[in-house]
Write a protein that binds this ligand. Structure first.
Ligand code: PGA
Length: 250
């Protein structure tokens, strides 16, 4: 079975770094911490060591390697800051920054080209989910086809470098998480789609949307759900530790 992956997305919250000093992850769970850009190096020196299975990720990236792109950060810069993973296509960026599937596709390609691992976020809005799970699957399939257009099997498989985070928009930060059996169905739909249309196998599919220490087990108990992308509940180390520990016991 695929090792479970728990990713912390701190969003635009300044961390209490002292409290993270003692954070360690159990060997059977891969943990990725994604702080805002300015904290990458300090988080790296606090919790990332060759002995631990904690890894560092960024919340976004630009698709060019360098140039006149004010405010942007390149994949190479992230690598220099010890980043290994990059979240791409988060719904908050799609919403507030106007990121399109075409932009996200360029970012995915740039991340893979640089040898980094991509955490690609997809998920439907409430208006779509109200029409049922079939409509949500169609929406997600469309996003995946556009976001992964032109990605070669070899580039993805060779680095073991892609993670899909299924995050229904209506579940993010609302305290209203998805029904775990629906998530499992969506996760297996995504895996099948990646296999049939992109010939990609073994791509982990995570769930994101109001995950906490009380509901994490309901999701990760399914073999189809390979872990979680955690927002609000990842900011305080105590709650995040609980989420990781519950996952390690599944
Ligand atoms: P949430 O956020 O856990 O606060 O719902 C998840 C995410 O946006 O990745």
């Amino acid at each position: 079975m695929q090792k479970k992956i728990i990713i912390a997305n701190w969003k635009m919250h300044a961390p209490n770094l002292r409290s993270w000093r003692s954070f360690r992850a159990p060997r059977n769970v891969d943990v990725v911490i994604c702080p805002p850009f300015p904290y990458l190096l300090s988080v790296s020196s606090l919790v990332i060591s060759h002995k631990s299975s904690v890894r560092l990720g960024a919340q976004d990236v630009f698709w060019e390697d360098k140039g006149a792109y004010t405010g942007e950060v390149s994949p190479a810069m992230l690598k220099n800051s010890k980043g290994e993973y990059v979240i791409v296509g988060h719904s908050e960026r799609r919403r507030w920054l106007g990121e399109t599937d075409e932009m996200i596709n360029k970012k995915v390609k740039a991340v893979l080209r640089a040898g980094l691992k991509v955490i690609l976020c997809v998920g439907e809005p409430l208006s779509v989910r109200k029409k049922g799970l079939a409509a949500a699957k169609k929406f997600v399939a469309d996003q995946l086809r556009k976001d992964l257009a032109g990605i070669k099997k070899s580039s993805v498989i060779s680095h073991q470098s892609s993670v899909i985070a299924y995050e229904p928009i209506w579940a993010i930060g609302t305290g209203r998480s998805d029904k775990p059996s629906d998530t499992a169905e969506m996760a297996s739909f995504i895996k099948n789609l990646l296999l049939v249309s992109c010939r990609l196998s073994h791509v982990p599919v995570l769930y994101g949307g109001s995950v906490n220490s009380k509901n994490i087990a309901d999701f990760v108990q399914y073999k189809e759900i390979d872990g979680a992308l955690v927002g609000g509940a990842s900011i305080k180390v105590g709650e995040f530790k609980k989420i990781v520990n519950v996952t390690s016991k599944i």
